[in-house]
Design a protein around this ligand. Sequence first.
Ligand code: AMP
Ligand code: MN
Ligand code: MN
Ligand code: MN
Length: 288
Amino acid sequence: MPPMNVDLHSHSIASDGLLPAMEVAARAKAGGVDVWALTDHDEVKALGEARSAAEAAGMQFVDGVEISVSWSPKAGNGGPKDTTIHVVGLQIDPANQVLLDGLRQIRSGRDERAERIAFDLDIAGIPGTLAGARKYAVNPELLSRSHFARYLVEVGKASSTHQAFHHFLTEGKPGYVAHQWATLPEAMHWISSAGGIAVVAHPGRYKLSQPQLNEFFAEFKDLGGGAIEVMTGSHTTTQYNHFADVSRCFGFMASRGSDYHGPGESRIEPGALPPLPADLKPVWHDWF
Ligand code: AMP
Ligand code: MN
Ligand code: MN
Ligand code: MN
């Protein structure tokens, strides 16, 4: 029997994905996925629709969420300086009140951040981006930089959403504003209260030095963190190998997820990543 095709990271229009959960499920099925998780940013409202669609298509479904966290290394290790880190919660109870209250609290900061992004872009000579971004945000509580990026493409200020991030929406660029998300202990508490397991999303993507990332992993482990994404659409082949080693060294389980956002905005289709290295313990090892 071929190994199960497990894809535990994807987005719908409930956050910054391009497709309704039902259509993401169809893409996962078409990609040969057997076990699928939807992990919208700071939001669980599409999980019911996703589960129904997954089960109707004969896939196993895993309730997930991707929580935005602000984390800073200690003084002496280049800190304090906040970095945004994404922590995925898997096998969560989407009705858990601690989780729901926490997620609502971080979602509520997004509007004010969006106003500041739009203000900065206005000064940089691009007016109207708040209304422009809002047009793309199907969930009004989840205005994301991705929605700004789509608007910047629409008005010809960038040739792709990736270019929009590169020129306007990342640190040091005219439309970037710092923002305070959840603390790491908060996010871990919400996930464990909801009975879930915490997974570091795309660890290769953060602008942290190796010692800083090691400090983060140690703190994550102390707080009960269980796994890291090894195979993700954000990693290069070199990073697959590197984070497989990190998972061995720290004793983390390993996860696999495309981080699919929709047609044209993702490098990798659902289910298309290589399998996890055989010696790693998959985060799903005791789920079925
Ligand atoms: P936000 O939570 O609103 O800050 O938006 C974060 C999202 O922006 C991520 O989940 C990605 O989907 C997207 N994103 C971040 N950096 C980039 C990039 N360099 N290129 C394309 N999309 C990006
Ligand atoms: Mn995203
Ligand atoms: Mn992410
Ligand atoms: Mn993601």
